[in-house]
Design a protein around this ligand. Structure first.
Ligand code: HEC
Ligand code: HEC
Length: 271
């Protein structure tokens, strides 16, 4: 995969993410055009040319890319919805993954684990369970990629540097979250480690002016958990354990956003 163009720094981080996805979609689209060919031979032709050979054909690159594009974009929607604390949107996107029927199912691909994890998101009754299922979902991507020896690349993204104010901190949180996600999906130790190093910086202290003491306390705890999870991530090696950690992290972001974040459309409706 080619590198995406450097992304503008000042835009909403989730939109940056969306543009990376859009770039992937475009690339996949190009592939599709250049490699367009029928996925299944008409039976008559198959019989004429090779009467006793099995009719099963390898999946064309275009069909593979289309399949991945579907999974990838929908899984990203689930991910973003949970991070922003929008359980309903997460469940909706997960339901699509459960019910989605591939037009030409690649018979050597086992997508059942992915469906099962998506179903757990779709059936989740709170963000904690949804987060846990989200981690499992990302790990099912990674497991299959390992099993099938794929070599997936995600564009590198410049690390947003700087300030301690909440907006800058959130930008870094987003950067780290994306790298964790890629660390699971590819899977990649390097991406995972990059995220862990960033996230375990000092816990966020500058919170908005929250008057309700109980809320404030819960938010402070969430900020501390983010830091603690970043630290724990440094020594978490196994894919399943990493998935579990990511699930906890996503639920922690979601929890604080539900608690103290002023409602903003872009976090909830981002694609
Ligand atoms: C059952 C196996 C399987 C599962 C599950 C799976 N993938 Fe893949 N994925 C593949 C294979 C095989 C390729 C390489 C396709 C090719 O050769 O073009 C691939 C490629 C990709 C690519 C690169 C696509 C491109 O155009 O180069 C991305 C991104 C991707 N997968 C994301 C995901 C995500 C996200 C999930 C989970 C929601 C997932 N995959 C689940 C098998 C799987
Ligand atoms: C301690 C509470 C807290 C935690 C934990 C938290 N956030 Fe936030 N987040 C906020 C608040 C408050 C805002 C609103 C900031 C503002 O608009 O001034 C926000 C805003 C955001 C935004 C929108 C930024 C923008 O430019 O509009 C994103 C994206 C975000 N958070 C991602 C994350 C991610 C990812 C995590 C987890 C790794 C996370 N947050 C964890 C409190 C939190």
């Amino acid at each position: 995969m080619k590198r995406a163009n450097p992304l503008p720094r000042r835009t909403n981080p989730f939109f940056q993410w969306a543009s990376v996805i859009a770039a992937i979609v475009l690339l996949a689209g190009c592939k599709k055009q250049s490699a367009e060919q029928p996925t299944t031979a008409p039976e008559a032709t198959a019989k004429e040319t090779a009467p006793s050979a099995p009719v099963q054909r390898p999946l064309t690159p275009a069909a593979k890319a289309a399949h991945m594009r579907d999974h990838f974009t929908k899984a990203a929607v689930v991910n973003q919805a949970i991070l922003s604390g929008n359980l309903a949107a997460a469940k909706q996107a997960a339901t699509w993954l459960v019910e989605h029927k591939d037009p030409a199912p690649p018979q050597t691909w086992n997508v059942e684990p992915l469906r099962l994890a998506a179903r757990r998101v779709a059936e989740a009754s709170n963000l904690t369970t949804a987060g846990a299922a989200l981690g499992e979902l990302a790990a099912t991507c990674g497991s299959c990629h390992v099993a099938m020896k794929t070599n997936i690349k995600f564009a590198d993204e410049l690390l947003v540097s700087g300030g301690t104010d909440i907006k800058e901190r959130m930008r870094r949180h987003v950067w780290a979250t994306k790298r964790f996600w890629e660390g699971l999906v590819i899977p990649s130790d390097e991406k995972w480690a990059g995220a862990a190093h960033l996230l375990h910086e000092k816990a966020l202290r500058e919170l908005p002016n929250v008057k309700d003491q109980a809320k404030l306390k819960a938010a402070q705890q969430a900020a501390q958990s983010v830091h603690d999870l970043g630290k724990a991530a440094l020594s978490t090696k196994d894919l399943a354990m990493r998935a579990q950690l990511y699930g906890q992290l996503a639920a922690t972001c979601a929890g604080c956003h539900k608690l103290i974040r002023p409602p903003k459309a872009e976090l909830a409706t981002i694609r």
